[in-house]
Design a protein around this ligand. Structure first.
Ligand code: C2E
Ligand code: CA
Ligand code: CA
Length: 527
């Protein structure tokens, strides 16, 4: 074997050196890589920490937002004072019911619309804090009376709504309504004073599943209106007859308002007589309404609605104005009417401009008398003293006060006498039986004697026969009014009646006296 060639040796040497260099380089680079790797790992950990921290922060923020949102939602759906669901929530619940599946179990729903009675007085006389206390109290009572799955909401002011599942058992619904009115009629103690109020309840229900439960809410409201009008502290169920009646009332309310514009209201007059001489001592005015479709209507057909829509004072004012106009034109034609009695509502008496407008008329003393029904004095509250003040003011203007329908309103006699009436009008219900019952005669006699003792004149109304007229005269009654002597009549008929002295010739049958042109306006009895 020949020795390696130097060229080859050099080559080997070079390659070795190169390998060593490469290995060293590799070693160096590995070290670098290790360092880089280490650094990267530290970075990763740091980044991971940051991400974790941020995630935690975000989660917390999200939770806070969620809580705030649900708080806002709760506030939007609840009443802050009582904590009960509000009207919006109720709307949602009704929508949910309309969408829900019928599970076959108690598929119907009942809606109770509850309105507190006399709540305004508590607010006005005891202050808002007491009012708030009463509302919170009422809320907790209502919640305590319903089942766990029933829904109670306060939908505004002093109004609450209960939505309850029902199988249509009316007795169960009545029982709940009775418990509500009974529990809410109990006075509550607030700051050592009792707050007295009550509640009226309107109920509408459907035995089976109903597609639009909000209709029930409207119907419950209609029933509530009825419960309030029936005298408060009670409940009423919705019925289609009730709905019809309410719609008719609404139509009539609109008709009354347009009746003012069309001048459809007018006074008629019923003469009043001296019980001994049969001289005419005055006339009482009574309103009539010449309805464009229904013809002439009596007060019983529309006054309650006029009262509801708060225009009865307008009717009273209008009647007085027209009556005074008639009186003046009678006077100018030689027929003098000694006294005009007009019926006056509490609302008109409470009109702050009443005395001023009457003063402007400069009426002779004793020409005008206001007839106030006894029931006006029943409200023996604080309002009573302002009423007494108004009556004193009227008295100073020479206007006389008569207590109408005496003996029916259950007002205290002491209370009545406080207003110093000029006359008492004994109600026709007390007069009617005097020709048949000695007891009734004694009763009327004692009223007359009381009047005499106190210097108060006595008028008997509803004197339907001459027998009544004679008995009343013998009992000492001062004045008579009734069909036996004259029916209510229009101004032209009254003029003719007085001018001809018709009743004197006609005696027991005055209504047979022919009178011009108002056949449609006589009392139904003689129509
Ligand atoms: P009231 O003041 O007691 O009037 C007497 C009512 O008895 C009148 O009915 C009259 O037509 C009727 N009447 C008169 N004589 C007899 C009789 O012999 N027998 C019977 N059975 N009835 C008789 P009207 O006109 O229907 O009035 C009813 C009530 O409406 C009045 O009762 C009065 O409370 C009220 N009213 C009438 N006009 C007005 C008014 O202009 N303003 C106010 N606020 N109320 C009025
Ligand atoms: Ca009257
Ligand atoms: Ca009367």
């Amino acid at each position: 074997m020949s020795p390696p060639e130097p060229v080859l040796l050099r080559r080997i040497e070079r390659e070795r050196a190169a390998r060593i260099a490469a290995e060293r380089l590799l070693e160096e680079k590995s070290l670098d890589l290790y360092e880089i790797n280490k650094g990267l790992r530290a970075w990763t950990t740091m980044l991971e920490d940051i991400v974790k921290e941020r995630t935690a922060e975000l989660t917390k923020a999200l939770e806070e937002t969620r809580e705030a949102n649900s708080q806002i939602e709760h506030q939007a759906l609840h009443d802050p004072l009582t904590g009960l669901p509000n009207r919006r929530y109720l709307r949602q619940v009704l929508q949910d019911i309309s969408k829900s599946e019928d599970d076959g179990r108690r598929p119907g729903i009942a809606i109770f619309h509850i309105d507190l009675d006399s709540f305004k007085q508590i607010n006005d006389t005891r202050g808002h804090a007491a009012g708030d206390f009463v509302l919170a109290h009422a809320a907790s009572i209502l919640q305590s009376l319903v089942r766990a799955d029933d829904f109670v909401a306060r939908i505004g002011g002093d109004e609450f709504v209960i939505v309850a599942r029902t199988d249509g058992n009316m007795r169960a619904l009545t029982l709940l309504a009775d418990r509500i009115t009974a529990e809410l009629a109990r006075p509550v103690l607030y700051k050592r004073n009792y707050c007295r109020f009550g509640a009226s309840v309107g109920i509408a229900y459907s035995r089976s599943k109903i597609s639009d439960p909000s209709k029930l809410l409207v119907n419950a409201d209609i029933a509530l209106y009825r419960a309030k009008h029936a005298g408060r502290g009670r409940h009423a169920f919705f019925s289609s007859a009730l709905q019809k009646e309410i719609i008719e009332n609404q139509t009539m309310a609109e008709d009354i308002l347009s009746g003012f514009d069309q001048n459809e209201f007018f006074p008629i007059y019923q003469p009043q007589f001296d019980a001994t001489t049969y001289d005419i001592v005055g006339v009482e005015t009574m309103v009539r309404w010449n309805h464009r479709d229904k013809g002439v209507m009596h007060p019983a057909q529309f006054l309650r609605i006029a009262e509801d829509i708060k225009v009865i004072d307008r009717i009273d004012a209008l009647v007085l104005e027209r009556a005074l106009g008639d009186l003046i034109s009678f006077h100018n034609s030689g027929v003098v009417i000694p006294r005009l009695s007009v019926n006056i509502s509490l609302r008109r008496l409470q009109d702050p401009n009443l005395a001023k407008s009457l003063r402007g008329l400069k009426l002779p003393k004793g020409l005008l008398a206001f007839e106030l029904v006894e029931s006006i004095f029943l409200d023996d509250s604080g309002a009573d003293s302002s009423l007494t003040r108004t009556l004193k003011r009227l008295n100073r203007l020479g206007i006389e006060i008569e207590i109408d329908d005496f003996g029916t309103g259950h007002a205290s006699i002491v209370g009545l006498l406080r207003v110093h009436p000029t006359r008492l009008k004994i109600d026709q219900e007390l007069i009617k039986p005097i020709n048949k019952s000695r007891k009734q005669r004694r009763l009327v006699q004692s009223i007359i004697e009381m009047g005499k003792a106190l210097g108060i004149g006595i008028v008997a109304e509803g004197v339907e026969t001459m027998e009544h007229a004679t008995i009343l005269r013998d009992l000492g009654c001062d004045y008579l009014q009734g069909y036996a002597l004259a029916v209510p009549m229009t101004a032209p008929r009254l003029f003719h009646f007085i001018k001809t002295g018709a009743w004197r010739d006609a005696e027991a049958a005055p209504c047979s006296v022919p009178m011009p042109g108002a056949e449609d306006l006589v009392s139904p009895k003689f129509a």
